[in-house]
Design a protein around this ligand. Structure first.
Ligand code: ADP
Length: 260
């Protein structure tokens, strides 16, 4: 049952007439369960045939001697699109695991070292685009209790987007700190920014500001949905600040007291 309390009329100083609304949401919850189970089953069933397509396709690339140019181009397109589909399936599996997950797995980790290794793994991508990639984690305590895998996935998705959508020569920064028992990790860039009318919706599955462009840079459309779930599972949130032409900042905020 979902309950909400709505103020109806002020009766006097600090006195209100309120309406308590109780709604039976069992059917909605059941439908949501059916949806997530369906997605989990479909993605699972699609993985093996797709792995076979990729496997046979890759074998063929070593045997293209008698192939015409058109056949070679077709094979290339088959492989590119199979890899895209594999990425989408992997992200769908990640998302459905998060949707079905009950709990986060806390462990005390050195988040500074974790952030350094994440940034190192993205250095090649940012160097290729002649971007500056900055990391500021001085204000972090030496050890923090977090769900390391979940947090790593969220930070990677944000960093991947920042590098992908920021043009050559831009700057991408990761800044992490703990203030008043809230862990804040900001991933910011000086890229194109996100228009206000899209900001509410970009956390939805497959929602993109510019579909053609996002596909061209290799996205699955699921990255931010995963980030939002990862934050929510920690009892936290993702805050977006962005203006077209003035860059973007995604801020992952995780209250430490909830799960320490
Ligand atoms: P995708 O795989 O398409 O990147 P995401 O869920 O990660 O999917 O992001 C959704 C959309 O949000 C992107 O397609 C892009 O339009 C927009 N977006 C995300 N991050 C940024 C960013 N740092 N700068 C500009 N646009 C962004």
């Amino acid at each position: 049952v979902a309950a909400s309390l709505l103020p109806e009329r002020e009766l006097g100083a600090n006195q209100w007439r309120v309406v308590l609304v109780l709604v039976d949401i069992s059917d909605l919850q059941h439908l949501e369960r059916v949806r997530t189970d369906f997605v989990a089953n479909v993605t699972h069933e699609m993985r093996s045939p797709l792995a076979a397509i990729v496997g046979f396709g890759e074998t063929m690339t070593d045997e293209t001697d008698g192939f015409s140019e058109v056949a070679k181009r077709c094979l290339d397109r088959i492989l590119t699109n199979s890899h895209r589909l594999t990425n989408i399936l992997d992200d769908l599996v990640r998302l459905s695991r998060l949707e079905n997950a009950g709990d986060v797995q806390h462990e005390a980790i050195d988040l500074r070292a974790k952030l350094e290794s994440i940034c190192t793994s993205f250095r090649e991508l940012s160097d290729d685009k002649h971007q500056t990639l900055r990391l500021d984690h001085e204000a972090l305590p030496s050890r923090l209790s977090v769900d390391a895998a979940l947090l790593e996935q969220a930070i990677k998705n944000l960093l991947d987007n920042a590098i992908k959508y920021t043009p050559e020569g831009g700057t991408v920064a990761v800044e992490a700190r703990v203030v008043e028992r809230t862990l804040t990790i900001d991933v910011s860039d000086d890229g194109p920014g996100i228009p206000l009318e899209h900001q509410q919706r970009i956390f939805e599955r497959f929602y993109r500001v510019d579909s053609a462009r996002s596909r061209a840079v290799g996205g699955t459309g699921l990255g931010l949905a995963i980030v939002k779930h990862a934050a929510a599972l920690h009892g936290g949130q993702v805050v977006l600040e962005s203006r077209p032409g003035a860059g973007t900042r995604f801020s992952l905020r995780i209250p430490l007291e909830e799960w320490r």
